[in-house]
Design a binder for this molecule. Structure first.
Ligand SMILES: *Cc1c(COP(=O)(O)O)cnc(C)c1O
Length: 424
């Protein structure tokens, strides 16, 4: 079957043909490839084309496709059964593995998706502080729960508005929106609102393209939260075990009150988590009054994949340095080629994460990111795909390096960049 036929058929039975909107390639005015298999740094579509994969399942695959150790761990777990809805030793093992590296996190709860992790973290923060409002940043994505699908109202409006149909204005009005990397804006919101339960942020934003928060901004944010008895939630669903082994904590050393994890901690299977101090975590049901649950939470296959993945990352002391160097080689190479061609390109990398904007100015927040040349991006994406390079089909996403990549793969990619720049 061709990709085109597969998509047609999928559209007949699945809403929009996909189970997550970005996969439809609508942002680049194109159609998706249907993937038949992956191997190391590569994926293969059903027509037999191969691609160097910089999406890596949107982050989880730190060790690329079909990593032997992760595969073995899953197979071993599967032999004993795929789900019990009762505790297993694997859950405690992964919990200990994660928590032992973070002095500010005592306890954890596993869930199935990043959406659940942030949703539960917010409920926990509200339950603990007995406050109502939450503050998030424009352009940060924390999954698709109601109170997080909110965008900033125009200057004249008092309340923010839902960014999806089906989200109640009554829910959206409890979500305040601030500009990323703009501490004055956060201060203003704190002055006007005494009822903020938590501030949630991607400390290394990866969902509006890659935009790391500035160190001073995060430090000020931490202080503001402390002064206002507001909990600080670092959403590290993407940056955890990606930006560095300790995620943003390994870079900015800021101890958020609650940290959410996802993506890499499931090693390619559905797992995510939220963690905090015992005092906060112990108000979760069954010990306390904040309800949170999940039939498949802590699933043994996902835990086994997570343990294999995190153990491997922990063992290889030079892993992140190596991935970072490759990310740097790629982004600096792209920048050089863009300069030669006269394209304005902004590039960035943090550990194994990389980003690029077709933008003439430095990008510090969502408004800056929006000024990127999306038409040029779409053309670039299409040409890269034709040249065998699979990039995220949107300007507002992050790229990922996996451990199976090397200089040769990066240089092959740069060759494709050069050819694509020639054509656009
Ligand atoms: C991917 C992501 C989520 C949502 O996770 P899902 O597993 O897709 O629900 C939340 N926060 C951040 C920062 C993410 O990158």
């Amino acid at each position: 079957m061709t990709n085109e036929k597969a998509f047609k058929k999928a559209c007949k039975f699945i809403a929009g043909g996909v189970n997550s909107p970005v996969r439809a390639f609508a942002n680049v005015q194109s159609k998706p490839k249907f993937i038949s298999k992956g191997k190391d740094a590569y994926i293969f579509d059903i027509e037999g084309n191969s691609y160097i994969d910089y999406v890596q399942s949107w982050g989880p695959l730190l060790f690329g496709h079909c990593d032997k150790d992760i595969q073995k761990a899953c197979q071993k777990a599967l032999k004993n059964g795929s789900s019990f809805g009762a505790p297993t030793l694997l859950e405690t093992e992964l919990a200990q593995l994660i928590l032992s590296d973070f002095p500010h996190l005592d306890k954890i709860r596993f869930v199935n998706s990043g959406t659940e992790a942030t949703m539960s973290a917010i409920r926990l923060a509200r339950g603990f502080t007995k406050k109502n409002k939450i503050l998030k940043f424009e352009g940060c994505y924390h999954g698709h729960s109601d109170s997080l699908l909110v965008s900033a109202g125009s200057g004249a409006t008092t309340f923010n508005s839902p960014s999806s149909l089906g989200v109640l204005e009554d829910v959206a009005k409890h979500t305040l929106i601030a500009q990323y990397n703009n501490i004055e804006n956060v201060k203003e919101l704190f002055e006007k609102n005494k009822d903020i339960a938590c501030v949630i942020i991607e400390p290394i934003a990866g969902n509006m393209g890659l935009i790391p928060a500035e160190q001073e901004f995060l430090e000020e944010l931490f202080k503001l939260c402390k002064a206002n008895e507001t909990l600080l939630i670092f959403d590290e669903v993407m940056s955890g075990y990606r930006a560095s082994y300790l995620g943003s904590y390994g870079i900015n050393h800021i101890q958020a009150d609650i940290v959410t994890f996802g993506k890499v901690i499931g090693g390619g299977l559905p797992a995510a988590a939220f963690a905090s101090k015992a005092e906060i975590m112990d108000i979760l049901s069954p010990l306390g009054g904040v309800y949170q649950a999940g039939t498949l939470s802590g699933n043994p296959l996902a835990m086994a994949a997570g343990i294999a993945s995190i153990t491997k990352a922990k063992k290889k002391s030079d892993l992140y340095e190596k991935l970072g160097k490759l990310a740097q080689r790629l982004t600096q190479g792209m920048k050089k080629l863009a300069d030669e061609k006269g394209f304005a390109l902004q590039v960035c990398h943090v550990g194994s994460m990389f980003g690029y904007f077709f933008n003439k100015d430095r990008v510090l927040n969502y408004q800056d990111a929006l000024k990127s040349d999306l038409k040029l991006f779409a053309k670039f994406h299409k040409n890269m795909l034709e040249n065998g390079i699979y990039l995220a089909p949107s300007q507002f996403e992050t790229g990922f390096i996996c451990s199976k990549m090397d200089k040769k793969i990066i240089d092959t990619t740069l060759q494709a960049v050069q050819e694509s720049f020639k054509k656009i």
